[in-house]
Design a protein around this ligand. Structure first.
Ligand SMILES: [Mg+2]
Length: 230
């Protein structure tokens, strides 16, 4: 594997830095705001339903999440939601966009060691502006040769990315926390994929099984990849 890999792509959210806990925190606050209408458990179910319906229209990221929260709240309240609550929900989104970046353990030292030996790339979903801002704030920008903000992480999108990078699947490794987005399509493409589980993963990104594949690696921590590559 070491001899083959030339380009390594990293997922960003919950691979390089903390992300999902901020969504859960906002979700909890939404449940509190809507507790007069519905128990928390049900609010979360309704929100997930809305998110799944909205995905193809709004894509991923905080903006889409805010729209889904508002849509859910209006529905749950039977169109009686006060405008002030809509404002509160929008503020949840603004707070999320302003969170400081918390790098995950060993991220910077791993990039530092790989830099120079491999071409490093970021491949992430989410809002363009938000992801660009997060990358700048993270201080990690200088390690990356290319930043790709993808509308979705499907086989077709990865094919486009590899074409753009002029890289064959044989020379490509993707590292990320989401089985559905970072691993499965990449293995399908014939490339290498390394999974680093994060303790909190959105239901949509999970898989009910672990892929069995000769080009699949399961890691505990991002720095574990060094054993395979250096
Ligand atoms: Mg991720």
């Amino acid at each position: 594997m070491k001899e083959k890999i030339k380009t390594i792509a990293f997922d960003a959210d919950d691979t390089l830095w903390v992300n999902e806990p901020f969504y859960r925190e906002a979700e909890k606050k939404l449940c509190n705001m809507l507790s007069d209408y519905m128990p928390a458990e049900q609010v979360m179910e309704e929100l997930y339903k809305t998110e799944m319906q909205d995905l193809e229209w709004y894509g991923y990221g905080v903006k889409a999440f805010v729209l889904s929260m508002i849509d859910t709240a209006i529905r749950i309240s039977n169109n009686t939601l006060p405008a002030a609550t809509v404002q509160d929900i929008m503020n949840l989104g603004r707070d999320m966009l302003q969170k400081p970046i918390e790098l995950l353990p060993h991220v910077e030292e791993t990039l530092e060691q790989l830099n120079g030996n491999y071409r490093l790339v970021v491949a992430t979903k989410g809002d363009l502006l938000d992801q660009e801002r997060k990358l700048k704030k993270s201080g990690l920008e200088r390690y990356f040769h290319h930043i790709e903000i993808m509308s979705d992480k499907t086989l077709a999108e990865y094919t486009k990315l590899l074409h753009h990078l002029d890289c064959s699947a044989d020379n490509f490794l993707m590292i990320g926390n989401s089985m559905r987005s970072d691993i499965v399509p990449v293995l399908e493409l014939g490339a290498y994929a390394a999974h680093i589980p994060y303790h909190m993963t959105w239901a949509h990104e999970q898989l009910p099984y672990t892929p069995q594949h000769e080009r699949f690696l399961e890691l505990e921590c991002i720095s574990d990849i060094l054993k395979h590559l250096l």
